[in-house]
Each structure stands twice: as structure tokens, then as C-alpha cells.
Ligand binder design. Structure first.
Ligand SMILES: [Fe+2]
Ligand SMILES: [Fe+2]
Length: 190
């Protein structure tokens, strides 16, 4: 371990907090659209960018390309049990996001389209928050237990992580600012 390396599970948990903030924005946007609010294409673009770049590539990429292979190398099978379950979960989350993305790009987001979009967004919020809870309650503690006494989880460059977090943190702050105008009281997920 060197001074430039951060513990992978700590980085992943930090990212979960950023994703949670993104989910709150998405849920508020869904409530706004359900009420017949204006779709704001630039907000939709920024939201889709946050989920496709930060959530799917930066975060899930780290879990799939660093954490899960490392756990497999310690002897935990990936075809069955908890690791298999997490991979299935990721695929399900990707499918939910693809569906939401297609709706946002090809529908008018008024009337029936608006109701369907809101339902799909809330389903993604609920599924993602449950997934992160399961990771924090079972997958990450299991990895930390396996790594005890070794530096196996200290494999991520802190500097690179901070650059990516800064870039997407700015996008998130822009989205949170926009979300202040949308109803928090109508949010159905949380
Ligand atoms: Fe995950
Ligand atoms: Fe995660």
C-alpha cells in the first residue's frame, strides 16, 4: 500500500453516497414529470450522462473489473452464490436504465408517457438503492474480511479517483441545483 492508494471498498462507499444524491434528483424529476412539468431536455441529458458515465462505467466498472475478480481470485465462486447474484443485479439495473433512457429519448413525456417514465424512474431508484444496501451490508464486509491482514483491497489510485469524482461531482451539483425547483413531497421512492 502507498500514500496514493485508497481502499477500494471505501472508494465504492463514497461513490454510493454520490449515486444516492443522483437518485434523489432523478426521483424529484420523476415527480415533476408526473405532475405534468416541463421535460427540460438539458436536464434529461445531464441525468442520463451521470448514470451512464458515473454509475455504470466509473462505479459498476470498478466493482466488476476490480472487486469481483479480486474476490474470485481469493476462491469465492462467481458462477453461483453472492458474486453471481451481484452480477445479475448489475445486468438488471443496466436493463432498467436502458429502458428509462429509451423512454426519455423517444417519448414526449406528457400524459401516458410521463406516467410511464415516472414509474420507470422510481423503479430504477428503488432497485439501485436496494442494491447498494446489499453491497454495503454483505458484499463489501465479505471482501474486507477476505482482505484482512493483506493489502489486497488497496489497488485503486487515489488521484485518478479524485479527478473522476470531481468531474461528476460538478455535474451532480448542477443537477441538484435544478432539482430544487421540483417537488420533494411527491417523491414516491425513499
Ligand atoms: Fe453494484
Ligand atoms: Fe455499488
Amino acid at each position: 500500500m502507498t500514500a496514493t492508494q485508497a481502499k477500494l471498498t471505501t472508494v465504492l462507499i463514497e461513490e454510493h453516497r454520490m449515486i444516492e444524491s443522483g437518485l434523489v434528483v432523478l426521483a424529484r424529476f420523476a415527480a415533476h414529470i408526473r405532475r405534468g412539468g416541463e421535460p427540460h431536455p438539458e436536464v434529461i441529458d445531464a441525468l442520463l450522462r451521470f448514470f451512464s458515465e458515473f454509475v455504470e462505467v466509473v462505479h459498476q466498472g470498478k466493482e466488476e473489473e476490480l472487486l469481483l475478480p479480486w474476490m474470485t481470485r481469493t476462491g469465492i465462486p462467481s458462477e453461483i452464490g453472492p458474486l453471481h447474484r451481484f452480477q445479475e443485479d448489475h445486468q438488471h439495473l443496466r436493463d432498467l436504465f436502458r429502458h428509462l433512457s429509451a423512454m426519455a429519448r423517444h417519448a414526449e413525456l406528457v400524459d401516458q408517457d410521463a406516467q410511464s417514465f415516472s414509474r420507470q424512474a422510481e423503479e430504477l431508484c428503488l432497485a439501485y438503492s436496494r442494491h447498494m444496501r446489499r453491497e454495503e451490508e454483505s458484499l463489501f464486509p465479505m471482501a474486507e474480511q477476505l482482505a484482512e491482514g493483506s493489502d489486497g483491497l488497496f489497488s485503486w489510485e487515489e488521484g485518478l479517483t479524485q479527478t473522476m469524482h470531481q468531474e461528476h461531482g460538478e455535474l451532480l451539483r448542477h443537477l441538484e441545483h435544478a432539482a430544487e425547483a421540483w417537488p420533494i413531497e411527491d417523491v414516491r421512492w425513499h
